[in-house]
Design a binder for this molecule. Structure first.
Ligand code: CUA
Length: 175
C-alpha cells in the first residue's frame, strides 16, 4: 500500500497532538501539586464556632506550631472577616514549612482563596476545610472570600504574611 508523504506527516502530527494532550492532562492531574479539598478536616458545629465553645482550637483561632517543620493555622470565617487574616491580624507563617490551613465558618458559606497560590477552598458551616501547602516565596499574599456571603461579601478579605523561616517567631496563642 502506498501512503503519500503528505499523509504520513498529517498522521504523525495527529498522533503527536493526542500524545501531547494526554501528557498535559496527566501533568495537570498529578504533577502540578494540585489536589482536591476532601472531607479530612471533619465536622464541627457552626453554632459552637459562633459561640466559641467548640472545645477545639477554633475557640482561639490562630497559628499553632505543630512540630519543628509544620504549623497549623486555624481560621474562622464569618460575615465579613477572617479570624485571623482580616484587618490588623494578618496570618503570619514561615516559608519552606508545611502549613496546614483548617478553616471553618461561623455562619454561612464563605470562600478561602490565597492569591498567587493554588490554595482555594469553599468554607461550609459545619465542615472544616483542610488545605496543606508550602510557601517557597516570602512576601504578603492577599486573602479573599470568593463565595458570595452577604451584603459586604466584597469587603471580606485579608492577608497572609510569609516570613523567612529563620525570622519566624510563633505567635502567642492564649488559652
Ligand atoms: Cu465571605 Cu464572601
Amino acid at each position: 500500500m502506498q501512503v503519500h508523504n503528505f499523509e504520513k506527516i498529517w498522521l504523525g502530527a495527529a498522533i503527536l497532538l493526542i500524545v501531547g494532550f494526554i501528557a498535559t492532562i496527566s501533568y495537570g492531574t498529578v504533577g502540578a501539586g494540585i489536589s482536591m479539598v476532601d472531607d479530612s478536616g471533619g465536622q464541627i458545629s457552626a453554632q459552637a464556632v459562633q459561640n466559641g465553645n467548640t472545645g477545639t482550637q477554633f475557640d482561639d483561632p490562630g497559628v499553632v506550631q505543630a512540630s519543628e517543620d509544620r504549623v497549623v493555622v486555624y481560621v474562622v470565617a464569618q460575615q465579613f472577616q477572617f479570624r485571623p487574616g482580616s484587618g490588623d491580624t494578618p496570618i503570619r507563617v514561615p516559608a519552606d514549612t508545611r502549613v496546614t490551613f483548617k478553616v471553618t465558618s461561623a455562619d454561612v458559606v464563605h470562600g478561602f482563596s490565597i492569591a498567587e497560590t493554588n490554595i482555594n477552598t469553599m468554607v461550609i458551616p459545619g465542615q472544616v476545610a483542610e488545605v496543606t501547602a508550602v510557601f517557597d516565596e516570602t512576601g504578603t499574599y492577599g486573602l479573599v472570600c470568593h463565595e458570595y456571603c452577604g451584603a459586604a461579601h466584597h469587603t471580606m478579605g485579608g492577608s497572609v504574611e510569609v516570613v523567612p523561616k529563620d525570622q519566624y517567631e510563633p505567635q502567642e496563642v492564649s488559652n
